[in-house]
Each structure stands twice: as C-alpha cells, then as structure tokens.
Design a protein around this ligand. Structure first.
Ligand SMILES: Cc1cc2nc3c(=O)[nH]c(=O)nc-3n(C[C@H](O)[C@H](O)[C@H](O)COP(=O)(O)OP(=O)(O)OC[C@H]3O[C@@H](n4cnc5c(N)ncnc54)[C@H](O)[C@@H]3O)c2cc1C
Length: 433
C-alpha cells in the first residue's frame, strides 16, 4: 500500500457548512435567477420563492434585503428607488452572465425543493414539513409593503387555534405531554433528485487507455444538451444490442460532462469479458453507444468535515469526480484497489486529499482482506465524516460491516454499494445501505 498527498491538494480543516436547504451562495444565485426572469421588488422575490418552494423554504426579509444589497455591491443587479421607498431590482449584464455560467447549479437548486417534497410525500417527517409550510406562509403573508393590523390578528387567531388542537389532540390520543418543537433540528444528509429518463444516441470522439486497466472514452451527441448529473455516484445505463429481445444493460458513472460542448466522459475498468468491456476495448472514433439516465441523483449535504471514499477500479470514476469537486477546507481520504501502481490516478482538487492505494491482481478483486488490512491502518480525521463504499459486492459488505461495527461509524453517514458481483453478469448489488 502507498499513500500521500496528491498533486494539487491543498487546504486545511474548515468550519462546518451551514445546515440549511440553501447556503448563502446558493440563495444569491436563486435570487439572481428570480430577478433575471423579470425586475422584482424584494418582497415579491420572497413571495415568488415561497410559492415555488411551496412554503418549504421562504427567505426572511432579514436575509433577503442584505442579499440584494450584496448583489448590487458586486454589480449583478441595480436597485432603483421608487415611490413609497421600495426598490426595484434589475439584472445587469454581469448578473446575467453569472446566472448563465451557473445554470447547472440554478437547475439543481430548483429541483432540490421538488424532490424534498417528494421525500416528504414518501414518509419524511411530516411535522417538520408542515412547520416549514407554516413558516413560509407567514413570511409570505407578512412580507408585503404594508402589514394590516387586522391581518395580524387573524393570523394570530389561526395559530392559537392550531396550538389548541395540537396540545389537546396529542395529549388525549397518547396521554403524552405536548412536545416543544421549537428546539427540533432536522438534518437532511442525502437529498434525492429524480429526472425524466431519456435515451441518448452518442458517438465516440476519443477512446484510449488512461492506465493499463482503464479505457477513457469521450462521447458526443446533440442529445447531451440537457444532460444532468448532480452527484459523483450517479450512474447511467449503457445499452448493448446483442441480437436478443432486449439489449444488455450495464451501469457506468458519468466521469465528466459538458452540456455546452455536448460531451460525456466514461471510464471503463477492463476485466476479462462482458458486453461493456468488449465494447470499450473495440471503441474508436465514430463508434456508437446508446445511454439512458441518470434517473436520479443522491446529493450528500455539504455538512461534513471529512469524507472517506473506498472503492476499486470500477469506483475510480466516481472517486475522481468526487475528489475533484470537493472544496477547500474538507479532508478527503481515498482508499482504492487497483491491479498495479501504473493504474493509480492523480486528481486535482482544492480539498485536502490523502490517497491510499491497494495493489492486488484483478483475480483477487473479490477478496476483502487487502482492503480491510489497509482500512485498519487508517487514522480518520476528527469531526463529522461521511463514508462512501463501492466495490465488488462481497468486499463492499465486509468493508461496510467493519466501518459500522469496528469503527462505530453511523449508518446514516455512509453509503455502500456493490458495483459488481464476482461470477455474475450485470451484478450490481444495491442491497447494502
Ligand atoms: C452505480 C454504478 C456505477 C458504475 N460505474 C462504473 C464505471 O464508471 N466504470 C466501470 O468500469 N464500472 C462501473 N461500474 C461497474 C460495472 O457496471 C460492472 O463492472 C459491469 O458488470 C461491467 O459490465 P461488463 O459487461 O463488462 O461485464 P458483465 O457482463 O457484467 O460481467 C461479466 C463477468 O465479469 C465479472 N466482472 C464484472 N465487472 C468486473 C470487474 N470490474 N473486475 C473483474 N470482474 C468483473 C462479472 O462478475 C462476470 O463474471 C458501475 C456499477 C454501478 C452499479
């Protein structure tokens, strides 16, 4: 095993990120996107956001007005005073360019709300969701230019009525004391996003060996202009026509993509045989490939001090993407199994990256021992961490058990997947965690 800081790694421990649906940078982007749609007053922006997020998120005036001032200071909007002291926000060319450059992030922010609703409908904490809607409705109703005292009396009466129902209802049903929700904190670690599935017909522009056991392909196609992949461990389906009723399907990670250039990069770990491997080995400029998805993304909240990523060669595309996207101020430790030293990869990142490599032949890729030995030698950083595991299924299970049982790491702060199963074609195993 070898280890060390990779080229381009820098940074230090930073404070934890805010545990909110949006951090301030994202809110600025959201506000800019609202102003880009049309010039708006501050309270209109609050209402528009409240409506779009169905009360799940409503910025307070105390957040909105400083945000608008900041956007004016950096030249992204102008604030023109009007009668009555209100100010109308208008986008500037710089602001427009900023939204355009961050369009993917804006789309991500807008879909985040939708999927949180879906999570709520599927059995999330209904009380916290209802509280969020109440908060949003209050802010929306009270944030206008005038606030009618009668309105406030009516709102206070409605809240009092709800309080009575809650305290009476809960106490009479369970005999328990009504709970004080004011101190509740909810922390969403993984937010799931869903997308419409779409098949895309692509053509290879480049295919070459990146390392002795990895082929990198770059594909292009007009269909890529609306491709979205929000998380490093997303997967797309690759379809291989084998003359049967249905094509063979295999899962691969979008290693990189660029909707403007309409390109998608896929890395193939090369092993003995299989339709995906066979296709990658013969791929050359002009080769065709049909893909589907991603059907969704599971985005890990940026609230962790450190990340431990454990994988084999099939997980290297996801690991590389993750290491590259992590910001300054977090620690990322990778523990990756590959056949030989020449299969190691270097990733540029602003995060503080420590790479550990296990070398073992592909024939031993389903043996957990080398990874477990290496894992036992690791010292994890202090603070709150997220562990991600993606290897052969038996190895993933053994590593997951070690992380939870021996290291005592909480299951809620980890994700483990079997990316393939030894001896089984298309052997993805999602049963782990
Ligand atoms: C979410 C997800 C993302 C993935 N992303 C990637 C990715 O970006 N790049 C990548 O290379 N793989 C990735 N994989 C793994 C890949 O889908 C499997 O390795 C797949 O089985 C390969 O298909 P195939 O047609 O080559 O082989 P198959 O026809 O599926 O399998 C043929 C035989 O090869 C064995 N086998 C399969 N994979 C390996 C392997 N890696 N080493 C040794 N033996 C193997 C099988 O056990 C079987 O016996 C991902 C898997 C998942 C679930």
């Amino acid at each position: 095993m070898e280890d060390g800081h990779q080229k381009g790694s820098k940074g230090h421990h930073g404070g934890r990120r805010a545990k909110r649906l949006f951090d301030y940078g994202e809110l600025r982007l959201l506000v800019l996107a609202m102003v880009l749609e049309k010039p708006r007053h501050g309270y209109e922006i609050i209402k528009t956001i409240a409506d779009r997020f169905e009360g799940q998120y409503t910025p307070s005036p105390g957040v909105m007005y400083p945000t608008l001032s900041w956007l004016e200071d950096v030249g992204y909007i102008t604030l023109s005073p009007e009668d009555g002291g209100r100010k109308l926000s208008r986008i500037t060319p710089e602001g427009e360019s900023f939204v355009t450059a961050n369009r993917a992030a804006v789309n991500e922010i807008l879909t985040r709300r939708m999927t949180e609703n879906m999570a709520f409908n599927k059995g999330g904490d209904v009380v916290i969701a209802a509280m969020d809607r109440l908060k949003g409705a209050l802010r929306s109703r009270l944030s206008g230019p005038t606030s009618d005292p009668d309105d406030k009396t009516e709102i206070a009466a409605a809240i009092d009525e709800a309080v009575q129902k809650i305290t009476g209802g809960i106490a009479s049903k369970s005999g328990a004391q009504p709970k004080d929700f004011s101190s509740d904190t909810s922390e969403q670690i993984i937010t799931r996003h869903r997308f419409d599935t779409k098949r895309r017909a692509l053509t290879v522009t480049k295919a070459s060996y990146l390392t002795p056991h990895m082929i990198r392909t770059v594909l292009t196609g007009d269909d890529l202009d609306d491709f979205v992949s929000l998380s490093y461990d997303d997967h797309i389906k690759l379809f291989f026509d084998q003359g049967a009723d249905k094509p063979a399907m295999r899962d691969y990670t979008p290693r990189a993509y660029d909707t403007k250039a309409k390109t998608l990069t896929l890395d193939f770990a090369i092993h003995e045989a299989g339709p995906a491997t066979d296709w990658a080995i013969q791929a050359q400029e002009g080769s065709e490939l049909t893909i589907g998805g991603p059907r969704g993304s599971a985005v890990v909240a940026p609230i962790f001090d450190w990340y431990l990523l454990i994988g084999d060669e099939t997980a290297l595309p996801a690991i590389g993407r993750r290491v590259e996207e992590l910001p300054e101020g977090v620690d990322v430790i990778t523990l990756t199994s590959v056949p030989e030293v020449a299969d190691e990869q270097v990733f540029e990142t602003a995060a503080h990256h420590t790479a550990h490599w296990v070398h073992r032949p592909i024939a031993d890729a389903a043996d957990p021992a080398p990874v477990l030995d290496a894992l036992k030698g690791l010292t994890l950083p202090k603070g709150k961490g997220f562990v991600w595991i993606a290897t052969e299924a038996k190895v993933a299970r053994a590593v997951r058990d070690h992380v939870t049982d021996e290291l005592g790491h909480p299951m809620t702060q980890m994700k483990a997947s079997g990316y393939w199963t030894s001896g089984k074609a298309a052997g993805e195993d999602k049963s782990l965690a």
